[in-house]
Design a protein around this ligand. Structure first.
Ligand SMILES: NC(=O)c1ccc[n+]([C@@H]2O[C@H](COP(=O)([O-])OP(=O)(O)OC[C@H]3O[C@@H](n4cnc5c(N)ncnc54)[C@H](O)[C@@H]3O)[C@@H](O)[C@H]2O)c1
Length: 328
């Protein structure tokens, strides 16, 4: 495969998120096709990208043999079907999260991509956030000591969704990060929540995960909350670290705080508080990094199967949490 800049990309879905993907792929590769079922969206897209083919039917794009890769930014219920059609047509696929709403469907997509040696990459944006990469570096280098627990807070008043609950809409972000940081599949996953505003759509979800290593994780997901929080906390035996995406500058704060036992106190737990500091975090646009990673994989650079398998782990966990939510 040639350089990333010559890869021909087709994009389906030009609503709120799609134009961000269009801008990046136009700058990084060849934006060859734009697809949306809405005539207004198509008109806007054609005006913005006069050299691209614009259509309302994905089949037009899939029939073009010169298209190497397809990006899907349509509503969640359409992801599986569109990704499957694109893989069947021999295209590499970047699909917004989650690529499927059932683990069995995701497994089918992963198998299809593997059999054809195609990229199937879910758009887990936070995995490309330089602050999340910093958390991973701190964990993997051993700087935090043994990691004990991780928890995510993703709360705000609104946006109130009526077609997907807080777990699928908000939790997919935290879950992708938690699984990436811990690099383990949860052995136990429970969730509780309530549908206060729209029947059957949980607005507030509390979830708990336990991993084979003994680590635990929690997510508080809500659009019924006075606080706007976008925060992930990692508690290690030696240090603790917080990624707060609401902070403009100090995105990551490391706390040299830990419990410890002094010999002269006969085994009683004491706490130690040292420096609190914020490392410099790269300001690169996470979506840019995500698009670049996809193009590198398409160009044959990097481990193709891993992104698909990691995405499947997220969908499996979401499915188990959903079963628990419904059973409660
Ligand atoms: N990574 C992120 O941070 C992030 C942020 C926002 C949205 N998203 C994801 O992006 C996706 C789209 O979300 P959105 O907020 O842009 O939705 P949206 O409703 O604003 O846009 C979806 C667009 O897809 C079009 N569409 C629907 N079915 C189609 C089909 N079969 N073929 C072609 N076009 C079709 C619609 O006409 C619409 O223009 C979702 O999966 C969402 O989860 C991701």
């Amino acid at each position: 495969m040639a350089a990333a800049s010559s890869i021909r990309v087709g994009l389906a879905g030009l609503g709120y998120w799609g134009p961000n993907l269009a801008r990046n792929f136009d700058e990084l590769a060849q934006l060859a096709w734009l697809v949306d079922t809405s005539p207004e969206r198509r008109e806007e897209a054609q005006a913005r990208y006069p050299d691209a083919h614009v259509t309302g039917d994905v089949e037009d794009m899939l029939a073009d043999d010169s298209v190497d890769a397809v990006v899907i930014a349509t509503p969640v219920p359409t992801h599986y079907e569109l990704a499957k059609r694109a893989l069947d047509a021999g295209k590499h696929v970047l699909v917004e999260k989650p690529p499927a709403t059932r683990a069995a469907e995701m497994d089918e997509l992963v198998a299809l991509a593997e059999a054809r040696d195609l990229v199937l990459m879910p758009g887990h944006l936070l995995l490309y956030h330089p602050a999340v990469l910093k958390l991973k570096e701190l964990i993997d280098s051993g700087e935090l000591g043994e990691v004990l627990c991780v928890y995510g807070n993703r709360q705000n008043l609104g946006i109130v969704r009526t077609n997907e609950n807080a777990l699928w809409s908000l939790g997919v972000h935290d879950l992708s990060v938690i699984l990436y940081l811990l690099d383990e599949e949860p052995e136990h996953a429970v969730a509780h929540g309530r549908d206060f505003l729209t029947e059957g759509v949980e607005d507030v979800v509390f979830s708990y995960l336990r991993f084979p290593s003994g680590k635990i994780a929690h997510m508080h997901l809500s659009w019924l909350d006075p606080h706007k929080m976008r925060r992930i906390t990692v508690v290690g035996r030696e240090k603790m670290v917080v990624f707060d995406d609401m902070e403009l500058e100090r995105k990551v704060t490391i706390y040299e705080k830990a419990p410890w036992k002094r010999a002269e106190t006969y085994g009683e737990w004491q706490t130690r508080t040292g420096d609190i500091y914020s490392p410099k975090i790269d300001t690169a646009e996470p979506l840019r990094l995500e698009c670049q990673h996809f193009l590198r994989l398409v160009a044959g650079d990097g481990e193709r199967a891993k992104v698909a398998q990691d995405g499947a782990m997220v969908v499996r966990a979401l499915e188990r949490l959903t079963e628990s939510l419904r059973a409660a």
